[in-house]
Every structure is written in C-alpha cells, then in structure tokens.
Design a protein around this ligand. Structure first.
Ligand code: B12
Length: 221
C-alpha cells in the first residue's frame, strides 16, 4: 500500500519533469490503489502543469520542456481517463468541439471531449487551430446540439465572439459552451455564449442539461 499523496505528488512531478515513463507508472498506481482517477488528473497532472506554467513565467522553463511535460500529461490521461466515473446520459446528443483558430493548446479540450464520449454523447472533435466557419459547417452537417469552444490564450479567445455571431445567424438552435484558461463566466455573458465551465466534469453536466432541456422543449411543442 502506497500513500495517496505520494502517488499524486509522483504524478505531478513526472509532469513537471516531462517524464513519460514515470507519468504512466504513477497513473497505473492510481488505478491499483483505487484512487479517484479524475482527482489524479486534477490534483496530479494539472497541478504539475501549473508548476510548469509558473516556471515558464519565471523564465526557468522553455517551450521544448513544456512540450515534454504535455506529452507526459497526455500519457497519464490516456491511462486514467477510461476509468473516470461518468454517469451516462439517457438522451442521445451531439457535440462539436475544438480549439479555436490560432490556438494549439488541446490538452484541456481532449479531456472534455473524451469525458463527453464516456457520458454517451456523440462527439465530433475538430482538434486544434480550427477556423471559425468549420465549427458552424460541421455543426450544421451533423445536426449538433452543442458547440464546445476552447481557448487558452487571451488573443485566440476573442475569436469565440465571431463563432457565436455566426452560429446565431446560421444555426440559432445550437447552444455554445466555452472554456479554457483565460475564459470566464463574465466573458461568456459578454460574447453572448450560452454556457461556461471551468472544468471538464462541469462541462459534461452542462451538456447533459442542455440536451435534456432541448428534448423537453421539443416534446412540449
Ligand atoms: C502546455 C502548454 C503549452 C503546450 C501545449 C501542448 C498541447 N498539446 O496542448 C505548448 C508547449 C505547445 C504551448 C505553446 C504555446 N503557449 Co502555452 N501553455 C501551456 C500551459 C503550461 C498548460 C496548458 C494546459 O494544458 N493546462 C492543463 C489543462 C488540463 O487545463 P486547461 O487547458 O485549462 O483545460 C481545462 C479547463 O480550462 C476546461 N476547458 C478547456 N477547454 C474547454 C472547452 C470547453 C467547451 C469547456 C466547457 C471547458 C474547457 O476543462 C479542462 C479540463 O478540466 C499553459 C499555462 C496554463 N497555466 O494554462 C501555457 C499558456 C496557455 N501558453 C501560453 C503561450 C503564450 C504559448 C505560446 C504562444 C508560447 C510561444 N511563445 O510560442 C505557444 C502558443 C502557440 C499557439 N499558437 O497556440 C500562455 C498564454 C498567455 C495568454 N494570456 O495568452 C500560457 C498561459 C503560459 C503563460 N503563463 O504565459 N503551450
């Protein structure tokens, strides 16, 4: 039996050090010791990534190192994510998600996307650096209920406003949910988006609620 804190600290350190093998090893230990895998993602991997960010801000770490940390984090998430306990929705629903144009930070949206799939939602994940009109075209083609937009930079997040405008014009029934580091509930209100979540688990609950509400509304007309 190993102490939970040691395992979560080990995972965080593996991310900080960009050590893929250790990240996988500690992620496996999380499962062996029945630690909540989502807690390990937030309190292990993401905590490690915050340390990386601070070191980057202080000039102690540079981009090549952050890339190694990102890879280590992704490896750990690949082991942990299938075991995250997500309640499946009874209704079927469709989401189109992606990281907005000019932005290549996709760790967060990958997590949102895979948890949505685990919850039973059909997900079209457009990846990163996605042109605004692609969100609209694909959402139209697949008859989406929700578009999930991610941005990690103060510059790229401004494009969310354009996507909301285009969506209102072309697919007014589709709800727009936004998230990512610099995004906030206030910003969501300012650009006229429908929902904001600061974490993948909250995002799943919001999407389920949007779909439930939509089906209720359609049944009553
Ligand atoms: C990893 C990282 C990188 C990696 C990205 C690898 C990858 N595949 O994603 C690499 C090294 C490539 C990179 C590059 C750059 N980066 Co960088 N990066 C980071 C870092 C350290 C961590 C981001 C991360 O993955 N966090 C972990 C995940 C799990 O958290 P998350 O993304 O926030 O996601 C959660 C929530 O936000 C939410 N969520 C996310 N998306 C969505 C979407 C929806 C719909 C919902 C509901 C919820 C939701 O749920 C997620 C899970 O719970 C951040 C620092 C930070 N503190 O965030 C800087 C940071 C984002 N990067 C930054 C910068 C400046 C850059 C570069 C421009 C650097 C450069 N000079 O080249 C380039 C950008 C290139 C580009 N065009 O995008 C800045 C942005 C500053 C700003 N205000 O705009 C930051 C904040 C660093 C800093 N302190 O300055 N980066």
């Amino acid at each position: 039996m190993t102490d939970k804190n040691d395992i979560l600290n080990g995972l965080a350190n593996a991310v900080v050090n960009g050590d893929k093998d250790k990240a996988i090893k500690f992620a496996q230990k999380v499962l062996e010791e029945n630690i909540d895998p989502y807690e390990a993602i937030t309190d292990g991997c993401t905590r490690g990534m915050h340390v990386v960010s601070e070191k980057y801000d202080n000039g102690e770490m540079f981009i090549p190192h952050i890339m190694l940390s990102s890879e280590a984090m992704n490896e750990a998430i690949t082991v942990l994510q299938p075991h995250v306990d997500v309640e499946r929705t009874k209704e079927s629903g469709v989401a189109v998600v992606g990281v907005i144009l000019g932005d290549i930070h996709d760790i967060g949206i990958n997590l949102v996307s895979s948890l949505l799939k685990s919850a039973g939602i059909t997900v079209y994940d457009l990846g990163k650096d996605v042109p605004y009109e692609d969100f609209i075209e694909i959402a139209k083609d697949v008859n989406a209920d929700v578009i999930g937009l991610s941005a990690m930079m103060t510059t790229s997040m401004m494009g969310m406003k354009d996507v909301v405008k285009m969506a209102r014009r072309e697919i007014p029934d589709v709800k727009i949910m936004i998230g990512g580091g610099p995004v906030s509930r206030d910003f969501c209100g300012e650009i006229g988006a429908d929902a904001y979540a600061d974490d993948a688990r909250d995002a799943i609950e919001i999407v389920k609620e949007i779909i439930k509400e939509d089906r209720r509304r359609k049944a009553s007309v």
